[in-house]
Design a protein around this ligand. Sequence first.
Ligand code: PMP
Ligand code: GLN
Length: 382
Amino acid sequence: LQSKLPDVGVSIFSQMTALAQETGAINLAQGFPDYDPPQALLEALARHARTPGYHQYAPMPGLPRLREAIAAQVARLQPDAPAPDAATEITITAGATEALYAVLAAVVRPGDEVLVFEPAYDLYGPAIRLQGGVPRYVRLPAPHFRPDWDAVRRVVSARTRLVMVNTPHNPSGSVFTAEDWDALAKLLDGTNALVLSDEVYEHLVFDGAPRLSARQHPALRERSFVLSSFGKTYHATGWKVGYCIAPPALSTEVRRVHQFLTFSVSTPTQHALADALEADPTDAHARGLAGFYQEKRDLFRSLLLDGGWNLLPVPGGYFQLARYDAFSPAGDLAFAQYLAREKGVAVVPVSAFYHDGFDEGLVRFCFAKEAATLEAAAARLR
Ligand code: PMP
Ligand code: GLN
């Protein structure tokens, strides 16, 4: 069989987790918390595992009560935007991963260009190419990883079908400002290009900065697919539940693909998440996440700074980038392997986020970990 993705190997996240298991290293590589979801959510899932009648297919676009709970929360958290319509604008997917793939499959035709900011989450490029699309990469410059809109302007053309945005950004944590959204809107004015806004870390914006969704920009809302993930919001990456919010005509197209990709998402899990949202009408959980993760960020940064590490700023998300080139000239993958084998801490080499393996001299640590885990890792990293 001739591979459709001959250049794609096992994802760096699986590779580094396997290396952590093999070496006994503390796994700060793959992005997942080492603590469990809130107790009430676990109890809701256990309750619904025993609820008669909750064990068959959920409705294709998602349980109505979960979509309504999401619509209500989004309306509360984004009061400046019209509330999304639960019936026609929200689709529950198997993680943001499925939503990403469904959007790309729904809108990208062979030869269409898709603008991707790099470093980029590893699935973007391959998923575009599987549709016959042509990724057009624009580098975000270190250390702030904010778009250079003049560089973006040179790449956008009539062939641009879609612009992929990720804010807060994996791996850098950079966050789109109102000016960034304005610049994007201005650039797309008069074009037919759509926007895929991957906002899975939406609640993790630090230091009091505004958290702005593509939905909150009137000119972008009508052309945007906005993605989120309960994996991030409820410390439940293994549950694989996410969603896509988009205007009705765009949601119709996402659902056309979703119905043939997974059809629907686990029923008892959706009920448990609906319980959690309904039980929290002030959004205390979502609103508390920024403080919760900022504390972890600050702890981890102070420990690594004491150990002599050169750290980049982290305005959002749950990853810390560090410059390693003072320690090792052999490249970031070699350095990541050295850290796992010799220091007992697994990280992700940031070159994995570039289609051409560009090596910026950075590694990524995940700080979504208990304080004790961060302290143990930092002690090994001194
Ligand atoms: N987008 C980004 C930027 C991510 O970091 C992740 C998770 N690592 C995903 C999408 C996938 O989300 P999910 O786990 O909900 O499929
Ligand atoms: N999103 C996670 C990360 O960036 C990994 C998800 C995965 O392993 N596919 O680490």
